[in-house]
Design a protein around this ligand. Structure first.
Ligand code: GLU
Length: 488
């Protein structure tokens, strides 16, 4: 027998949810799931819910929920309903909804769609070990499914602990449509009689997830591919309860560069790690948006607002998406240079202060970051460029650089520069660049032979931001003094 489970959500206003288990931090994969749900809701004028799935008490981590919420807010994702803001179908934390799950388990027991399992953890472990030894599929052998009413009653009377398992049909298969993966069919014989209620009275993820998605009016379940194997169980539960299931969309896996599943061992996976390293939320969101989705053309730069308009599940692929750190760094550099100068100056406060540019001198601070912004990958990178702007003489540390400065051609460049600079009235970047052109004309020295000694004399560095911008920031007097210091 094959049953096809169809979802009909066409009449319902879109409502989606991000349903993390609070394990201590927000995984970048979780951020992508949250983002896609958020974008899908915004695109369709729907609602996005944050639901905390904390029924596994053994994995409880102090402060984990606050941490999750902080990371989501930092990324700019705001939820319409959730534990903090409340809403019409709360509470939004599963550990506060246990009575609801228990009622549903009672209903399934009464209707013969679930059964009590009195097997002890040791018995289950033994059975698993035997199956492993015999190289058989490891699944519950369903022995409690056959217990008589009397047997069950007497065990209940003696207070024997039990779990409740779902009665998966013994033959046939189930078919459903996934918005990303297409048609999926699963044989019942590979589905275990899943535990729905644990002996501590808490539901398992599977039961709580389905009951909540139904009661919260969720129309589309958008989540990671690792949940695809559980979907058949979930749809079977919808069938048991006689509910219209939501549409399903399983997002492709995130991969390390060697194409293994993205893991902590190969790099950072927590959003907060990226935040601490100086990645901007705009960059991380832009980068993560493109891990699975594409706009259909070669555009790469997107703001959250633009993504809200562009996003569609039709453009999410099936293939795993590689988490390319170099690309993320590139996005960071791009978004940094797009920031308004005042915001960039705020991000660089510490280094501007250290360079002695007074906090009140907003004009100078903003001019400096505007000039240097396009040379940064992280805000902290500005420190290296600022040192070139510090008051006083520059230090030339390498022997090679010192001998370049002493060369005849370099000396001619310096003398010509000094003569022209004295006459120069406007000391803007453009004027300075035009002046350097004149130095080239007068001395006949060009290219690297011209720029390298000037850059070394002015900044002490061999490479760096536009020389006109730097000389402008150093100021006319400072620039003249530095070049003068290199004249033999
Ligand atoms: N609590 C599950 C998780 O931690 C949610 C999976 C789902 O979205 O159904 O990812």
């Amino acid at each position: 027998m094959c049953i096809t489970i169809e979802s009909d959500m066409t009449q319902q206003p879109v409502k989606v949810r991000f349903a993390p288990s609070p394990t201590g931090y927000l995984h970048v994969g979780g951020l992508r799931t949250a983002l896609y749900n958020y974008l899908f809701a915004r695109k369709h004028g729907g609602i996005v819910v944050l639901r905390i799935e904390d029924t596994d008490r053994s994995r409880y981590v102090e402060g984990a929920v606050e941490n999750l919420i902080t990371s989501l807010e930092w990324a700019g994702l705001h939820f319409d309903e959730g534990p903090k803001q409340g809403g019409p179908v709360g509470p939004y934390t599963q550990s506060e909804r246990t009575a609801l799950y228990r009622d549903h388990v009672t209903q399934l027991l009464d209707e013969g769609k679930a059964y009590r399992c009195f097997c002890t953890p040791e018995e289950l472990e033994d059975a698993r070990a035997r199956q492993q030894e015999e190289r058989r599929e490891q699944a519950y052998d369903r022995r409690c499914r056959a217990l008589s009413e009397d047997d069950i009653r007497s065990r209940l009377q003696t207070g024997t602990p039990y779990t409740v398992r779902m009665k998966v049909p013994l033959g046939g298969q189930l078919q459903f449509h996934d918005l990303i993966r297409g048609e999926v069919s699963v044989h019942y014989d590979v589905i275990d009689d899943q535990v729905l209620l644990k002996s501590d009275g808490f539901p398992t993820y599977h039961l709580a997830n389905v009951v909540d998605d139904h009661h919260m009016g969720i129309t589309h379940v958008i989540r990671g591919e690792e949940w695809l194997p559980s979907t058949a169980k979930h749809l079977l539960l919808y069938e048991f309860f006689g509910w219209n299931p939501p549409e399903m969309a399983h997002l492709p896996l995130l991969l390390n560069e060697d194409r293994s599943k993205l893991s902590k061992r190969q790099g950072d996976v927590a959003v907060e790690d990226y935040r601490e390293k100086g990645f901007l939320p705009e960059a991380l969101v832009n980068f993560v948006a493109l891990l699975g989705w594409n706009p259909g053309d070669d555009r790469e730069m997107f703001t959250l607002k633009e993504l809200e308009e562009e996003f569609s599940l039709e453009r999410v692929g099936k293939a795993g998406a590689v988490f390319d750190l170099e690309k993320l760094r590139w996005f960071n550099a791009q978004h940094l240079r797009n920031l308004p100068a005042s915001q960039l100056a705020d991000l660089c406060t510490r280094w501007l202060d250290e360079a002695g540019i007074a906090p009140e001198d907003t004009e100078k601070r903003e001019a400096v970051v505007a000039a240097l912004g396009s040379y940064l990958t992280f805000p902290a990178d500005i420190a290296a460029h600022l040192s070139a702007l510090a008051e006083g003489q520059v230090e030339i540390s390498s022997e090679e650089a010192r001998s370049l400065l002493a060369e005849e051609e370099s000396q001619q460049v310096f003398l010509s520069f000094l003569a022209l600079a004295e006459e120069q009235e406007d000391w803007t970047a453009t004027e300075i660049k035009a002046m350097i052109k004149r130095v080239q004309k007068e001395t006949g020295v060009k290219g690297k032979q011209l720029f390298m000694p000037l850059r070394l004399a002015l900044t002490g560095e061999e490479h760096g931001p536009d020389l006109g911008l730097l000389a402008n920031l150093i100021g006319k007097t400072g620039s003249i003094a530095r070049v003068q210091a290199q004249v033999r």
